[in-house]
Design a protein around this ligand. Sequence first.
Ligand code: MD3
Ligand code: FE
Length: 200
Amino acid sequence: MVEMDVNGCRVLKGFLDLKAQQMIVADIRRVVETAPLFSPLTPWGKPMSVGMSSAGKYGWYTDKTGYRYEAKHPNGSPWPDIPASVIEVWSSVVTNLRLPDCCLINYYKKAAKMGLHQDKDEQDFSWPVLSISLGDTGVFRVGGTSRKNPTQSVNLESGDVAILGGNARLAYHGIDRIKFGSSTLLNGGGRLNLTLRVVD
Ligand code: MD3
Ligand code: FE
């Protein structure tokens, strides 16, 4: 395991071994059977290129009304529990004093990307966000707290864990592109990213 600092983001390269990655993928497959992936509409009415769902007390959601957390999937069911295999990563890297309220599931196919943005729909920015990357490599870009600040890029590969806390918590960040076919972890390819968040 190698630890990197990318503009204040801690990236733990190779944190999860293959067995741990496979366990988490199996658990997330069960989550999306109950809470299917969907492509939320941005406030501008354009569907996101990333497939999304969530587990936990809250799920992140967007439509013409704006960005927010919701207690239910758009199908009306409560979100499934966050799998223990995923909670385990949070407890070992962040703390076991408070557990995350949301595990946002992002699924990137070949052409999916996520533009530079800040994560600020949560109530308390003193809690970090933890990210788990699975499957194909994503080219991740992170800057500062102003859109004008310079950015750095790093490849997020399968098994990498990133912790976004402190000054980096409100950094602009995004996924420029997916290196489709770079991993064999997911049948059908693509990239799965899980972000664990304390919401309220
Ligand atoms: C830096 N997801 O869901 S994870 C998101 O790979 C999101 O799917 C990306 O950005 C993905 O909001 C990036 C890494 C990440 C997550 C949260 C952050 C980086 C962050 C919050 C603050 C700064
Ligand atoms: Fe984000």
